[in-house]
Write a protein that binds this ligand. Structure first.
Ligand code: ACO
Length: 336
């Protein structure tokens, strides 16, 4: 059987930075409330001509450069996003822009904040079972486009970003993706969603009873609806369990893991999970003060910062976990 390992990472964020003080001008909130309850101080937001696809491409190029992998040698591009700029998927567009000349497979994965972990697992499956060699996994989201900017309970949480890693086939002795644990529970959709809605009927286009009146009028998505308390409880309950299961599958003790890298949703969730797993705070990665919850991008964005700042070094083991809308959650034990 084949092994696979992480060989590069990269990230990109939009330039517009919005602070808690900025938000307090549009909703009834304060820097103190937001930072005490969430740990978030700033977030980056796409605006004007910003493109999420362009951020994904920038993150991907940096990851390929670090990995010393030529775009022409990629045989799979996975774009993990719940906010694609093309409903049909944006991975093929990214594949084209990167200059992957052999037309490698490229497709999107929709799993909100768990997207990146699912992308890692998919990369490993394609390498182990499908003979793929170089797989680009991108996590990118612009949830700000679906935020209700009048809802102070949710609009303070989210930011936009892209992150990427390159996963490469290797000998089984060098295998660096040790174990996974993945779950979902559609029952919890009611706690966190952004549901499709049909556009208002245009009277000029047909009235009830006529054929045009029966046909769909085009659709768009509602803003994010969230029950913060329920999502908080869910995360603190399932994430430690999932990481423990993945550690067990990997045959590793928590004490042998160098870094805990959770989806960056809320510092209180990160702290609660670390406490339940007996992880000292010095071994917990966090950058959500600067970026907020960037959904599928948060794990590769935090990984990239930690690698480039020299915190995460070659050979370190990382327990990572994504969790969020779906509901979906999953964890992975990997080596950098
Ligand atoms: N500023 C000031 N007050 C606020 C704000 C705000 N931004 N938001 C809510 N409040 C008020 C509420 O109105 C409420 O007031 P009341 O007591 O007078 O009714 C009070 O603060 C407490 O509100 P709660 O919602 O109970 O606050 P809580 O402590 O649960 O914190 C939070 C809310 C930060 C959203 C928290 O529940 C949380 O982080 N949950 C997890 C959310 C999350 O991570 N979601 C993303 C998941 S990942 C994905 O897939 C997208």
């Amino acid at each position: 059987s084949k092994g696979c390992k992480l060989v590069g990472c990269g990230s990109a964020v939009p330039s517009l930075q919005i602070s808690n003080a900025d938000l307090s001008k549009i909703v009834d909130t304060s820097d103190e409330w937001i930072s005490v309850r969430t740990g978030i101080r700033n977030r980056r937001i796409v605006s004007g001509k910003d493109s999420l696809t362009a951020l994904a491409i920038e993150a991907a190029r940096k990851a390929l450069q670090m990995a010393l992998v030529d775009p022409e040698d990629l045989d799979l591009v996975l774009m993990c996003t719940s906010t694609p700029e093309d409903l049909f998927g944006s991975a093929p567009q990214i594949q084209k822009e990167l200059g992957c000349k052999k037309n490698p497979l490229a497709y999107d994965i929709t799993a909100a904040c768990s997207g990146f972990v699912l992308g890692l697992v998919s990369a490993a499956c394609h390498i182990r079972g499908g003979g793929f060699k170089n797989v680009l996994v991108i996590g990118a989201d612009a949830l700000s486009r679906y935020v209700d900017w009048t809802d102070r309970g949710s609009c303070i949480l989210f930011g936009d970003a892209a992150g990427a890693v390159v996963v490469q086939a290797c000998d089984i002795e060098e295998d660096g993706l040790y174990a996974f644990d993945l779950h979902s529970d559609g029952e919890g959709q009611r706690h966190l969603n952004a549901i499709m809605k049909e556009n208002e009927k245009d009277q000029a286009l047909g009235t009830n009873g006529s054929l045009l009146g029966l046909l769909p009028k085009g659709s768009s998505y509602s803003c994010i609806q969230m029950n913060g308390k329920e999502v908080f409880r869910f995360a603190v309950r399932v994430v430690p369990q999932s990481i423990e299961l993945a550690l067990e599958k990997a045959g590793l003790a928590g004490s042998s893991i160098d870094w805990l890298l959770l989806h960056q949703a809320n510092q209180r969730i990160i702290d609660a999970v670390a406490t339940r797993l007996d992880f000292p705070s010095e071994r917990v990665l966090s950058n959500l003060a600067n970026y907020g919850n960037t959904s599928a991008a948060s794990i590769p964005l935090a990984l990239d910062e930690a690698v480039r700042s020299g915190k995460v070094k070659a050979g370190h083991t990382i327990a990572t976990a994504g969790f969020g809308a779906g509901l979906t959650w999953g964890s992975a034990i990997v080596r950098w």
